[in-house]
Design a protein around this ligand. Structure first.
Ligand code: PLP
Length: 486
């Protein structure tokens, strides 16, 4: 497109500098084509970006443009400057961290959300944004076999940006319910819990700035006897236990805490139980994995992330409370300018009171699109496939003398392995596989030893990708031996 010397870039009846509808249509179609092409070819790209710190910024002009720029030029820079600096989370060769997978219906839901541009802080600022969210989260209760008490007649679900925010909200609600002005408050979670628990405790400003970290057993699950002893001794010392966070599917090894027993202890002490199933909750779509939610009916709150494994773009964490009142009491502040008849009628949900920020996007659209596009059977099919692939890989690892399967207790989609000869060879295998660009893996430490995590959950990961990864792992283990001999 030719660039005008003066005045607006786009002409054709549209006042000012705005993009005219016809140009938006054209570029919008081109953008969807660009994304479709990207998703088709992403598996051929090196998974991890190879740029060095500062490379991306070095390609950008130092100052913002004074004159409007053509959209084609912007997209050219996307290809030339941005894409090399992108690590391809949507590659089927993605096995790092946990996935942040997506899907075409979800992307379209995000586009529609951007197009509507709704800010759904109150029911009255866009009733559909609130009601769709409430409704779709009720659907998810059914899909995941969660207890009915998390449904919207009394309790209810809300989309948070992340599991970290869900944990923080659970903590704030727990503190509200405990209603103590003077006691020293304590929070419990296992040594394997996600770091977001510690962060929530810090943000909430609880004294000590750290949760009590309960030791784990050989399956990396919270030890009940240790939890009970810690709580008992805190109570004896005059402290007030307010919250335990149980993990269903830990980040390092997919370990599952004994939720039922923890729940019973929480009831005994009047403590809030929050269950963090950020990744693993999705597996409960499958009836054979519903046992993951055993005891969740004793929880006061629960979260899982459709933005990890349920084909829904980041950000989408589904957070549930069994009783919404303490959450709202903790987070509701009502200035005059937000007052409205619907809120005052008590007949509506205002999700601003269920989260830390005021404003919120229309995120339910993408989850709704995903659930409707795949149907329960489609979701079960793909999630079941990921688990089957991970189990197959775990079998190959267990049968190979060079490797050790570290989380043999798990029947989910995370495979943890290490080289039998120790941390150095394990590190070399990890680095060698990542250096190929044909897969991306990350590590953790379990029992003080280095572990490679293989997380199978990218939308387009098929058997051939897992087979190729296994080949790379074996090749790297062989060259390790060569290195050692050399
Ligand atoms: N909880 C668990 C068990 C996780 O594995 C993670 C991230 O991997 C989180 C919480 C944090 O997730 P988010 O990025 O949604 O805050």
């Amino acid at each position: 497109m030719a660039r005008a010397d003066h005045g607006p870039l786009y002409s054709g009846g549209m006042a000012g500098y705005h993009m005219p509808p016809d140009d938006f249509r054209r570029y919008g179609h081109e953008m969807v084509d660009w994304i479709a092409d990207y998703l088709e070819r992403v598996e051929e790209l090196p998974v991890q970006s190879a740029v060095q710190p500062g490379d991306v910024r070095a390609g950008l002009p130092e100052h913002p443009p004074e004159r409007p720029e053509p959209f084609d030029q912007i997209m050219k820079d996307v290809d030339e400057i941005i894409l090399p600096g992108v690590t391809h989370w949507q590659s089927p060769n993605w096995f790092a961290y946990f996935p942040a997978n997506s899907s075409e219906p979800s992307i379209l839901g995000e586009l529609l959300s951007a197009g509507l541009g709704v800010q759904g802080m109150l029911w009255s600022t866009s009733p559909a944004a609130t009601e769709l969210e409430t409704h779709v989260l009720d659907w998810l209760v059914e899909l995941l076999g969660l207890p009915d008490r998390f449904k919207s007649d009394g309790g209810g679900g809300v989309i948070q940006d992340s599991a970290s925010s869900a944990t923080l909200c659970a903590l704030l609600a727990a503190r509200e319910r405990a209603a103590s002005d003077d006691a020293e408050l304590t929070v419990y979670t296992s040594t394997q819990a996600h770091s977001s628990v510690e962060k929530a405790v810090r943000i909430a400003g609880l004294g000590g700035a750290a949760p009590r970290l309960v030791p784990v057993d050989e399956q990396h699950a919270m030890r009940m006897d240790d939890l009970a002893a810690l709580v008992e001794s805190d109570v004896a010392d005059g402290r007030l236990p307010i919250l335990t966070v149980a993990t269903v599917g830990s980040t390092s090894s997919a370990a599952v805490d004994p939720v039922r027993e923890i729940g019973e202890l929480c009831r005994k002490y009047g403590m809030w139980l929050h269950v963090d199933a950020a990744m693993a909750g999705t597996a409960a779509l499958l009836p054979e994995h519903r046992n993951l939610h055993d005891g969740v009916e004793l929880a006061d709150s629960y979260c899982t992330n459709p933005h990890k494994w349920m084909f829904t773009n980041f950000d989408c964490d589904a957070f549930y409370v069994a009783d919404r009142r303490p959450l709202i009491a903790a987070l509701s502040v009502l200035p005059e300018y937000l007052r409205n008849e619907a809120s005052e009628s008590g007949a509506v949900i205002d999700y601003r009171d269920w989260q830390v920020p005021l404003g919120r996007r229309f995120r339910a659209l993408k989850l709704w699109f995903v659930i409707r596009h795949y149907g329960a059977e489609g979701l079960r099919h793909h999630v079941g496939e990921h688990i089957a692939l991970a189990r197959e890989l775990a079998g190959w690892v267990a049968d190979d003398d060079r490797f050790e399967l570290v989380n043999g207790y798990s029947d989910l989609n995370l495979v943890c392995l290490r080289h039998r000869d120790g941390d150095d060879p394990t590190r070399r295998v990890l680095d060698a596989v990542n250096a190929t660009g044909r897969a991306y893996l990350t590590h953790t430490k379990l029992d003080d030893r280095l572990v490679i995590r293989v997380s199978v959950g990218q939308t387009r990961t098929e058997r051939r990708h897992v087979e190729a990864l296994w080949e790379e792992l074996q090749k790297a283990a062989s060259s390790n031996v060569d290195n050692d001999l050399g």
